[in-house]
Design a protein around this ligand. Structure first.
Ligand code: CU
Length: 181
């Protein structure tokens, strides 16, 4: 199965191939002197349509991917029942104790006590679920709903010094109603 990264990779290669073909066409045409003006006009037309196509593609991809973007309004509380204050520091995470309930949107309010860190939320198989920056003096809000109970990990996604790799914490997610996994 193709992941979204693979799809974007293929699209990027196709785009690069398209640009390369236009270049080859123009170079090929420009070597015959008599046709230079005609080729230039043709290349101008191709460039215009290519640019318009890119514009439409860019707007389409932006519209399609911004809607499920997991980052809520940063200026106001997301109004969720679960609020978890997270502080990253060299080198660890301060998280409130106690389980989080599955199936309910959780608002992580993430900041840092010293330098920039990356708050990365992973499932038990090491898959990245959501992330935001942990920045000193700024609180970033990240809303995530855990689909099922279990043990999740927080790892740092921003190189922040000597023991960056040691910035790991566990989040326990209980079943709806509060039973621990
Ligand atoms: Cu860090």
């Amino acid at each position: 199965m193709m992941t979204i990264q693979d799809e974007v990779g293929v699209l990027t290669l196709a785009g690069i191939a398209g640009v390369a073909l236009v270049f080859l066409y123009v170079i090929h045409g420009a070597t015959r002197k008599a046709d230079a003006a005609r080729v230039e006009a043709r290349a101008g037309a191709i460039r215009k349509w290519f640019f318009l196509g890119l514009l439409v593609l860019g707007a389409g991809v932006t519209a399609a991917t911004l809607a499920p973007f997991p980052i809520p309004d940063q200026q106001a509380s997301a109004g969720t029942r679960h609020v978890v204050d997270v502080v990253g520091h060299q080198w660890g995470w301060r998280l409130p104790p106690g389980p989080i309930e599955a199936g309910i949107p959780v608002e992580f309010r993430v900041t840092s006590a010293d330098v920039n860190h990356g708050f990365g939320l992973y499932d038990s198989s090491g898959r990245l679920l959501a992330q935001t920056q942990a920045m000193p003096g700024v609180t970033n809000r990240l809303v995530y709903t855990f689909a099922r109970p279990g043990r999740y990990r927080v790892l740092c996604l921003e190189y922040c010094g000597l023991v960056h790799y040691g910035m790991s914490a566990e989040i326990v997610v209980s079943a709806a109603g509060g039973a621990r996994p």
